[in-house]
Write a protein of this length. Structure first.
Length: 154
């Protein structure tokens, strides 16, 4: 599996142009702005499916994939979002609640580029646990500034 943030994919970029043989591509392109977007490539033999929150907000760059009893999320929180950070935190929290109702025995992993979003805040709001404990880029810990991975079993 590969999780890509800041894909810069737009509707003009066909799936076939960015596909990888043997992998199923899931993508959530940024709406009406340059840059951004997330994508998840999963080995096709794992038979992944996309899961969509019933209150889906296309301006939030969050994509959930179900692979067996695992749920993988890809999140991009840009340095200059067009939404309030509190709205993103509410969205993540509520989508996780719904996911866990739909898949009560799932292991949830949330990855991505959180930029200035505090990993402590995300963990407090969601019950997820930070797996990254050392800098991944310069002096920055993944959780608070760059790529993030969190996991929880519900």
């Amino acid at each position: 599996m590969a999780i890509v943030t800041e894909t810069h994919f737009k509707s003009k970029h066909t799936d076939s142009a960015v596909s990888v043989d043997g992998y199923t591509l899931f993508r959530r392109d940024r709406v009406k702005r340059r840059g951004g977007g997330v994508a998840i490539y999963v080995k096709s033999e794992l038979r992944p499916t996309v899961w969509t929150y019933w209150r889906d907000d296309r301006f939030i760059e969050l994509l959930w994939i179900v692979i067996g009893s695992n749920i993988i999320g890809a999140l991009y929180h840009p340095p200059k979002p067009i939404y309030q950070t509190e709205a993103l935190l509410n969205y993540v929290e509520l989508s996780l609640e719904e996911l866990c109702r739909d898949h009560p025995a799932a292991t949830v992993i949330l990855c991505g580029d959180f930029n200035q979003l505090s990993d402590e805040t995300v963990c407090e709001r969601t019950g997820l646990i930070s797996l990254v404990q050392q800098p991944t880029r310069g002096e920055h810990i993944s959780m608070s500034h760059h790529q993030s991975t969190m996991s929880s079993e519900f």
